[in-house]
Design a protein around this ligand. Structure first.
Ligand code: COA
Length: 199
């Protein structure tokens, strides 16, 4: 029988939740007003870095994707406590013959990396998803060379499941990727999501 968390946080997690608060960063659901900034980030190759597909997109295309995501994707802006926008984290559904898989992805502007912000954002997202979704696992995958991303996942409690060979098409070649996951029973209870609020 699954243990359900009955703390006060779960009472706040409903459709009105727009802001997930941590100690140093908050996650805020992306709105249409964020799309110009998001398109600007996406079009700079350094934003997604060398271990993610190169992507150039127009603002119009970004808006279309936002309106009609086939992946049931929800994006969040990672904000510092002073409100500055420093990155993006999302959750999405991958449809698999055995069911639906919940996956996350993230990226930070280069000058805010290495300060622990992404690790905290991932921890908040994990707390939020296990509190709000009836899922046993959350997964993430990353190029085998992307050490920073693997460290983020490990620090947030994910375990490496294995290597998916030739899984990503990057810079003209197929690359291997590591698959990571965290199970509900490993998570146990929220640790980083301190508060949720709507505004
Ligand atoms: C991956 C990424 C999100 C990490 O964000 P971040 O805020 O810098 O992560 P954190 O500061 O929370 O932790 C990064 C860890 O990786 C380490 N790290 C960073 N770059 C590294 C590198 N090139 N080699 C080894 N370790 C590295 C940091 O020292 C830190 O570890 P520590 O806490 O033990 O010192 C960021 O580098 C990024 O946006 N990269 C481009 C996009 C991307 O690759 N996204 C992931 C797709 S799967």
């Amino acid at each position: 029988m699954r243990k359900s968390y009955s703390g006060t946080l779960s009472n706040y997690l409903d459709w009105r939740t727009e802001l997930l608060e941590g100690k140093n960063v908050n996650l805020r659901v992306m709105e249409k007003e964020d799309l110009p900034l998001f398109a600007e980030w996406v079009n700079k190759p350094e934003f997604f870095g060398e271990y993610n597909p190169l992507r150039q997109t127009s603002r119009t295309e970004t808006e279309k994707d936002f309106d009609k995501s086939t992946l049931e994707l929800t994006g969040f802006i990672i904000e510092k406590k002073d409100g500055s926008k420093i990155g993006f984290i999302c959750h999405f559904i991958l449809v698999h013959p055995a069911g639906k898989l919940l996956e996350i992805g993230y990226s930070l502007v280069p000058n805010e990396r290495g300060k622990g912000y992404c690790t905290e954002a991932v921890r908040i997202m994990v707390d939020y998803l296990f509190l709000s979704r009836d899922t046993m696992r959350i997964q993430a995958c990353t190029d085998t060379r992307n050490v920073a991303s693997q460290k983020v996942l490990e620090k947030a409690g994910f375990k490496k499941e294995g290597t998916m060979r030739k899984y990503l098409f990057l810079r003209g070649e197929l690359r291997d990727a590591c698959l990571y996951s965290i199970l509900r029973e490993e998570w146990k209870e929220p640790k980083t999501l301190t508060k949720t609020a709507s505004r």
